[in-house]
Write a protein of this length. Structure first.
Length: 424
């Protein structure tokens, strides 16, 4: 197969890396791609949200499968345009992607179909929000902007005064992330977080793999929320039958709900969970593979990943086409200084470097310049991953790999990272 991966971040680099190793895949393309995807295939200078141009060029290049990576592309209807052009596409239509692009739509969907989730209120103004908080019954509030906000539209307020301050800032200064004026207020759940990724072909939805990620910028889960500073897989500290419980309590009613609402959902469903004393509750749905979770999932995939995604795109899922290795994987994201407050560009990073055995690195939003160096737009630049017999061994190897980068380029001078990823 000739496969196109839409997007240009570390998630798409990891997907293209794994797809390039699939027995059924002849060649991998990326649009727009990055410095990593350029090493194993051809980058197309087409925006990930330009569905018309992507469909036309993919048809011209006889692409057999398109894998849509970013949420912005899905929300822009890129998967719709690709399917209209007759291209096998792994990624939901704009309608299905509302499970991610609108927090309020997702919450109401969960309520309609009895999917366990946090109690919530929808507000549309500062006055409305203040009234909602007057009789708030739990300690702490999770404040969520309704629309897409690149992983930065959620604030966990530990007490009501801090929640009021966040809402005042958002509404008084017209700074609701993602735009609009609708905000979701949720009760703060207690427990442990994990993310489950289910593969869907429109008729079946099968849990495939799980991971845990770290969203706060600083060690000890301090600082602002980011798009993700690291991850590990498999999750630790959960019941042995966790995946079966998730299948029964969350995946099954979600699939029934999608079918009942005539939604032909094809792609991956990211289920962000909090494991509470009463079992799993959904924190959020995403309509695509996560970043940085994908970077620790792809090294664990064995078999023919391309065939797995193509079978889902064709509506006839072959879940046994690919399996998950027993080894653990830990990934640490290297970001520019002061991310996410600022996103300063970095120039002149080495295009190639050597990592220890069992390790892999995936580029974020970057451009290979003269063949020898890479320029990064800023933000999350590189995710360094390592496999190990267990999470602790993988963690030691991942940080060891970052240490080895010091002799190849000045990590400490240009990039920063958390030192406690998977420190359980």
């Amino acid at each position: 197969m000739r496969v196109l991966v839409v997007g240009g971040g570390a998630r798409e680099d990891a997907l293209s890396w794994r797809l390039a190793q699939s027995p059924s895949v002849e060649r991998v393309f990326a649009a727009p791609g990055n410095a990593g995807t350029a090493l194993r295939g051809e980058n197309w200078p087409i925006s990930a949200t330009d569905g018309k141009a992507l469909a036309a060029h993919a048809k011209n290049q006889a692409i057999d499968l398109v894998v849509v990576g970013p949420e912005t592309a899905l929300a822009a209807g890129v998967a719709d345009r690709l399917r209209e052009a007759g291209l096998a596409t792994f990624g939901p239509n704009r309608s299905g992607s509302r499970l991610e692009s609108s927090k309020i739509f997702a919450k109401r969907f969960m309520e309609r179909h009895q999917i366990p989730t946090a109690r919530s209120r929808v507000v549309r103004s500062l006055e409305h929000a203040r009234k909602a908080l007057e009789d708030w019954s739990t300690a702490g509030v999770v404040i969520k902007a309704d629309g897409l906000a690149a992983g930065k539209g959620v604030v966990v307020a530990p007490e009501l005064d801090s929640a009021r301050a966040v809402l005042a800032d958002w509404y008084d200064n017209a700074r609701v992330p993602g735009g609009g004026n609708e905000v979701l207020l949720e009760e703060r759940l207690e427990g442990r977080e994990m993310s489950v990724f289910a593969i869907c072909d429109g008729r079946a939805m099968v849990p495939f793999v799980a991971a845990c990620d770290y969203k706060r910028a600083g060690d000890g889960d301090t600082g602002p929320n980011t798009g993700g500073m690291g991850a590990y897989s498999p999750p630790l500290g959960f019941p042995d039958d966790a995946m079966e419980i998730v299948r029964e309590r969350i995946v099954a009613p979600t699939l029934r709900g999608l079918l009942a609402e005539d939604e032909n959902y094809i792609g991956v469903l990211y289920i962000g969970l909090m494991w509470t004393a009463k079992g799993p509750k959904v924190i959020e749905f995403n309509a695509r593979f996560g970043d940085p979770e994908t970077q620790v999932l792809m090294p664990r995939v064995r078999g023919d990943f391309g065939r797995l995604l193509k079978s889902a795109a064709d509506g006839a899922l072959e879940i046994d086409a690919a399996t998950i290795d027993h080894q653990a994987c830990v990934g640490v994201t290297l970001a520019t200084k002061d991310y996410p407050r600022t996103s300063s560009p970095v120039a002149g990073l080495p295009a190639t470097f050597t990592l220890p055995e069992h390790c892999q690195a995936f580029w974020g939003n970057t451009l290979r310049t003269d063949g020898l160096t890479v320029d990064a737009a800023g933000g999350r630049v590189l995710t360094v991953t390592a496999l190990g017999a267990n999470v602790e061994e993988a963690r030691v190897r991942a940080y060891g790999a970052i240490g080895s980068l010091r002799s190849q380029f000045d990590v400490t001078g240009q990039l920063t990272y958390r030192g406690d990823i998977a420190a359980l």
